[in-house]
Write a protein that binds this ligand. Structure first.
Ligand code: HEM
Length: 415
């Protein structure tokens, strides 16, 4: 019998804290490893080429409604799961293509480029808040003041959510997100996520009605126009679910790009100084941050018919854990994968996945990272961590909950 691992190895405390030594051991075992028979998944796929192939291979599919129905239809009673299943993330092949094409018509490169001044304005406002929170050398929380607010405000701006409503979103979106992590969830978490989904659905139902009555130049109005022109092409449920998923998919991910990136830079003063001296390097820094410390470490797919990965059999219906976070550190693909090197050539990491479900908001996320990190360094020349960063324990949405920094020198002691 070949080598196998257990899901508990992957989800153990040590790996959650620092998965990279475990990923390095996986790479010594080839491109994929079988789970033990008692585990719910067949394989973990971790080699760059194998991960890239599985994500693009139509045999391997997202766990959509047809997959969930195999185990019963109880999931349909949960608004949070219904919303996830009605969105692009989990739509079956044909529906996925149709919906994604329609959404792509509304998220043009021009619309993303036109958002840049708004991203800068939102960032500057939040940097003011960070400066105030950190005045006189007080430790200020980078996540709470900036990283966990900016992406939500930016998606709000894109969609056309009125400014007065935007502060309402982060707590709902975070509660909704709890169901995305691998492993068991408590009933309390599921109930809270269902409530958050119901509130988000109600909010967007009203916003759609308002934009239908009085269209604007925003993304929601563009989608309402597309839907009303060809109602058989996009159902109201699909429209709602995908608006919510844009908020969710773009929220903690981008927040963690900023938080993970900031810690990487503060731990590497030379890299930080080089970026401060030449902000035009920001785009390649963002790519290397995404490769080195991706906000999302894995996806799950199931085999629609008997297949194999790296010579290991995957029977029809079996699921595989696709470890993009490990693929990004595959020594067969990236020279010296455990060193942070923003000057890396050909940095085609898999932090945004690959294939049909490749991140829909990648251009927006990249713009946020590229614009915000240099602005932060420029604004606070003495920026430093105020304490060791806490632990990161999630693999799905991996980042810090809190990150205390100092943005200013302490006030002189009174004489
Ligand atoms: C650094 C930030 C981000 C990261 C690391 C990230 C990562 C990902 C990944 C890994 C997937 C694919 C999951 C899979 O293959 O199963 C994905 C899909 C998606 N992302 Fe992102 N994302 C980011 C930001 C955003 C933003 C800002 C938005 C929206 C405005 C967004 C919207 C989406 C959507 C709608 C999907 C589903 C696409 C589909 O299934 O066709 N993401 N993202």
């Amino acid at each position: 019998m070949g080598v196998s691992i257990s899901l508990d190895d992957l989800l153990g405390d040590e790996v959650r804290r620092d998965p990279y030594p475990f990923y390095a051991r996986l790479h010594e075992m080839g491109e994929a490893v079988a789970f033990r028979p008692a585990d719910p998944h067949a394989l973990v796929v971790h080699g760059y080429d194998a991960v890239n192939r599985v994500l693009r291979d139509p045999v391997f599919r997202v766990l959509g409604a047809e997959y969930l129905d195999r185990a019963g239809t109880r999931w349909r009673a949960h608004p949070v799961i219904r919303t996830l299943q009605a969105s692009m993330l989990n739509a079956p092949e044909g529906d996925h293509l149709r919906v994604r094409q329609l959404f792509t018509q509304a998220l043009t490169p021009r619309r993303v480029a036109a958002l840049e001044p708004a991203i800068q304005r939102i960032a500057d406002g939040l940097l003011d808040g960070l400066a105030e929170a950190g005045a006189a050398g007080r430790p200020a929380d980078f996540m709470g003041e900036l990283a966990l607010r900016l992406p939500s405000d930016v998606v709000g701006e894109l969609l056309g959510v009125p400014e007065r409503d935007r502060a309402w979103f982060p707590s709902r979106v975070r509660t909704f997100d709890a169901v995305l992590e691998i492993g068991r969830r408590s009933m309390r978490e599921v109930r809270a996520a269902n409530e958050a989904a119901t509130e988000l659905l109600a909010y967007f139902t009203e916003l759609l009605a308002a934009r239908r009555a009085a269209p604007r130049e925003d993304f929601v109005s563009a989608l309402v126009r597309i839907r009303d022109r060809s109602p058989d092409q996009l159902t109201e449920d699909e429209l709602l679910a995908n608006l919510i998923i844009m908020y969710n998919a773009g929220f903690r991910t981008t927040a963690n790009l900023l938080g993970n990136g900031l810690v990487l830079l503060l731990e590497r003063p030379d890299a930080l100084a080089a970026l401060r001296a030449d902000p035009s390097l920001a785009a390649s820094y963002v790519e290397e941050i995404l490769r080195y410390e991706p906000p999302v470490h894995f996806a799950v797919r199931y085999a629609a018919r008997d297949s194999e990965v790296a010579g290991l059999p995957v029977p029809e219906g079996a699921t595989v854990v696709v470890l993009t976070g490990a693929a990004n550190r595959d020594p067969r693909r990236f020279a010296d994968p455990d060193s942070f090197d923003p000057s890396r050539a050909d940095n085609r990491h898999l932090a945004f996945s690959a294939g049909p479900h490749y991140c829909f908001g990648a251009a927006l996320a990249r713009a946020e990272g590229r614009l915000v990190l240099p602005r932060l360094l420029d604004r606070f020349p003495a920026l430093a961590l105020a304490e060791e960063p806490g632990e990161r324990r999630q693999l799905m949405l991996r980042g810090y909950d809190r990150l205390l920094v100092r943005v200013a020198a302490p006030a002189p002691a009174p004489r």
